[in-house]
Design a protein around this ligand. Structure first.
Ligand code: PEP
Ligand code: MN
Length: 347
């Protein structure tokens, strides 16, 4: 970070800046030019410091030089991270993966029907929510532990890794016991104590972008998880809040391409939550792959009209099958072909 002093600043103002730098445990290097004095701040700086220095007397501007997220950045880790899951499924590393399944696990019959269908069509990972973040407390909030057990059973029967969301630190242990990937949803993407906790369990995590989260905030959230030594982390763009109301969210494909450039972590896209409408899911899934996503996550329900959550954005098994075929073509065209099917099915 570089602090640019204003022209004609007082010596005490420069001393105050240097004093504050030292007080923070950082070091400084001062460059006195003909017109300007700039002070380079050396050490671990964090985003809020920029405003802190920019509002000090005698300071004209503050310029950040390096990224505030270190472990998530390509600056410190140029090679792509690949996340290893059971049944030989790998996320990242040049292949495309499809995660599919119902928004919520509603019953054994509903989950298994959806799971068998997506497996048949070629999905790699099974999703299903047991703990549902709902806007209204009166909406269906998931089957909890029973849902986790059903999900693990479906994954085992079909030889598919499974992913599910957890809402609270209280559930970290049970979700880690039953699920291969722990999903942090959009609403919890800055729940820092939950991020700390999933960083500590050492199981793969998928971190969604917050509803109104900037790319930098998202990568700093990733940094929380990585800072505990858990490098098995996947990012997922799921749409952000904008002024547009024709769609539930605005799937930000800029973010997919941008984060692939800024970070080594695999990036997926979720066009189901990103659009809110089933008929937009296929085009935006294909667009996500074309934009550089390492895969997509979509909601599939055997009977979307009767779904207890997110029916409007859920694909029927037939529509998912069509999506898979088109995803295969796009994935090949952009040089990231579909990953092989999970191991047990290819035997
Ligand atoms: C989900 O994937 O079921 C979900 C609730 O997504 P998000 O956190 O993106 O809203
Ligand atoms: Mn959903």
């Amino acid at each position: 970070m570089i602090v640019v002093m204003s022209m004609g600043h007082e010596p005490e103002q420069r001393d105050a800046v240097v004093g504050r730098i030292r007080e923070l445990g950082l070091r400084e290097r001062e460059i006195i030019g003909v017109e300007r004095t700039v002070i380079a701040v050396l050490g671990q700086v964090y985003p809020e410091l920029r405003d802190e220095f920019a509002t000090m007397e005698g300071v004209d501007d503050v310029v950040r030089i390096s990224k505030p997220y270190k472990l998530a950045s390509r600056e410190t880790h140029p090679e792509d991270t690949v996340v290893d899951l059971p049944y030989g499924v790998r996320v990242g590393g040049g292949k495309t993966v499809l995660i599919a399944g119902p928004c919520s696990i509603e019953s054994e019959e509903q989950l298994f029907e959806a799971a068998r269908a997506v497996r048949r069509s070629g999905a790699h990972i099974l999703r299903g929510g047991a703990f549902k973040p709902r806007t209204s407390p009166y909406a269906f909030r998931g089957l909890g532990l029973e849902g986790l057990r059903l999900l693990a059973a479906a994954g085992a029967e079909l030889s598919m890794p499974v992913i599910t969301e957890l809402l609270s630190e209280r559930d970290v242990e049970s979700v880690a016991e039953y699920s291969d990937v722990l999903q942090i949803g959009a609403r919890n993407s800055q729940n820092f104590s939950l991020l700390d906790e999933v960083g500590r369990v050492g199981k793969p995590v998928m971190l969604k972008r917050g509803l109104a989260g900037t790319i930098e905030e998202w990568l700093l959230a990733a940094e929380y998880i990585l800072s505990h030594g858990n490098s098995q982390l996947i990012l997922c763009e799921r749409g952000i809040r904008t002024f547009e109301v024709a769609t539930r969210n605005t799937l930000d494909l800029n973010a997919v391409a941008m984060v692939k450039r800024l970070s080594h972590l695999p990036v997926l896209a979720d066009p189901s939550h990103g659009t809110g409408k089933w008929y937009l899911v296929q085009p935006m899934a294909l667009a996500s792959l074309a934009a550089g996503a390492d895969g997509v996550m979509v909601e599939v329900h055997p009977s979307p009209d009767h779904a207890l959550s997110d029916g409007a954005q859920s694909l029927t098994p037939d529509n998912f099958d069509v999506l898979m075929q088109r995803a295969r073509a796009v994935a090949e065209a952009v040089g990231r072909p579909l990953h092989a099917l999970p191991a047990a099915a290819s035997r």
